[in-house]
Design a protein around this ligand. Structure first.
Ligand SMILES: Cc1cc2nc3c(=O)[nH]c(=O)nc-3n(C[C@H](O)[C@H](O)[C@H](O)COP(=O)(O)OP(=O)(O)OC[C@H]3O[C@@H](n4cnc5c(N)ncnc54)[C@H](O)[C@@H]3O)c2cc1C
Length: 382
């Protein structure tokens, strides 16, 4: 159920203040240390950020999709690594359980995910199965009251700090969706090991690594929903939601970048006047602002459709494609408006330029979004 307007505005104000007063001043330190300080994590927990999308009966805020994207528009105004810490719990690390978990699985995991006491990770990608996720090789073989998992998952967000992995594994050999099941695997289970943290282009403080399953025995009760064959379909539903969430994040970042660029342009003088008075600079600001407006409208429209219970596979892919490409263009213009300073790490735009490159790659690359959009469009009109 939607929040009343006053409660939603209080939440949005609280998140906005937290971002401005606590996260923005901590950006540089995070970029250097790659670590989010414990007091900030505690404040994120107190604000309910880990449980935005988890129902109140499990301790979350139970936001509608529209409310969630509006909160994420605010969270986007700072380094995306802060959002990444809570991002898997809000999205890909909890939603399999929300959508398809048994009552026991929900009451066991969701309260801990909602509070941030437990970090959840989503383990689909493998060394030889990225965009072609259905060809994944990790196996789960039934052995009495257990399953035995073997395989390697790659680039798994928050894996180094995760307590729970939602692992997509093959329970049948055929290359089809119904051959893949999802298992809820606790991080301490014997047979689970982690690779070294990946060194990434950007988003310092957002952690990824390999997760290796070597004869890892889990009880049959770890099978999501208690049924084999639902893993891939559930993962795709989880990604439909995740794509809207990432799009909302990119809207927030674009707004921040435009603000930074305008502030710089009004202060920086060349040829005796602020560069913001040059029409070629104004054209970059205008293009960015127009694209941001389009992106914000798309994301809100798709979120409202989702809240009405409509299928938003097409809309989520359109948002992910357009908005992640848009924020790349906005970041590029922000660097250009800063001139040489934009290439120097003292200025936030340099960092954001690298940070946003990821969004066109994970949770389905831009090319995969194009394939989804084309498939859904051809289906609708033929
Ligand atoms: C920082 C980071 C965090 C991540 N977090 C997670 C996570 O938490 N969980 C998880 O499971 N995964 C995660 N991933 C993995 C991510 O989802 C994959 O990297 C992504 O889906 C692309 O897969 P790939 O890297 O194997 O690229 P590939 O699939 O090898 O793609 C390489 C190129 O080929 C293109 N391509 C592939 N197939 C086609 C096609 N049919 N038509 C046209 N072009 C095509 C792609 O668009 C891309 O340009 C993460 C990745 C990164 C970098």
């Amino acid at each position: 159920m939607a929040l009343d307007t006053e409660t939603l505005n209080l939440l949005l104000d609280a998140v906005r203040r937290f971002v401005t007063d606590r996260l923005v001043p901590a950006e540089d330190a995070l970029a250097h240390s790659g670590e989010i300080p414990d007091d900030i994590v505690a404040e994120m927990r107190d604000l309910g950020l880990f449980g935005l999308s988890i129902a109140p009966e499990y301790g979350g805020l139970g936001l509608t999709m529209e409310e969630e994207v509006r909160v994420v528009f605010e969270l986007g105004q700072t380094s995306p690594a802060f959002r990444s810490l809570a991002g898997t719990n809000i999205g890909i690390g909890s939603q399999s359980i929300v959508l398809a978990g048994t009552d026991e699985q929900r009451s066991h995991y969701l309260p801990k995910l909602a509070s941030g006491e437990l970090i959840g990770s989503f383990a689909l990608t493998e060394p030889d199965a990225g965009s072609d996720a259905i060809s994944l090789r990790t196996t789960a073989v039934r052995d009495g009251d257990h399953y035995v998992l073997n395989g390697t998952k790659r680039f798994i967000t928050n894996a180094p700090i995760a307590g729970l992995f939602s692992v997509m594994a093959r329970t049948a050999p055929e290359r089809k969706a119904s051959s893949i099941s999802c298992f809820l695997v606790d991080a301490g289970t014997p047979g689970v090991t982690l690779g070294k943290p990946d060194k990434k282009m950007g988003q310092a403080g957002a952690l990824t690594c390999d997760v290796i399953f070597d004869n890892c025995r889990v009880p049959a009760s770890a099978l999501l929903g208690g049924e084999e064959g639902n893993g891939f379909r559930t993962a795709m539903r989880v990604l439909d939601k995740g794509r809207l969430h990432i799009s909302a994040l990119c809207v927030g970042i674009a707004e921040r970048l435009i603000r930074d660029a305008v502030q710089y342009a009004t202060q920086r003088k060349q040829f005796g006047q602020p560069i913001s008075e040059f029409q070629l600079i104004q054209a970059m600001i205008a293009d960015s602002q127009a694209e941001l407006y389009a992106a914000r409208c798309m994301v809100l429209d798709a979120a409202r459709k989702r809240d009405r219970g409509e299928n938003t596979t097409l809309e989520a892919a359109c948002c992910k494609l357009y908005v992640t490409e848009m924020v790349g263009r906005v970041a590029d213009r922000a660097v250009q408006i800063h001139g040489g300073a934009g290439y120097i790490s003292e200025y936030a735009v340099e960092r954001f330029y690298r940070d946003v490159r990821l969004f066109r790659i994970f949770e389905g690359t831009s090319q995969i979004q194009q394939l989804v959009i084309a498939r859904e469009t051809i289906k609708a009109y033929s």
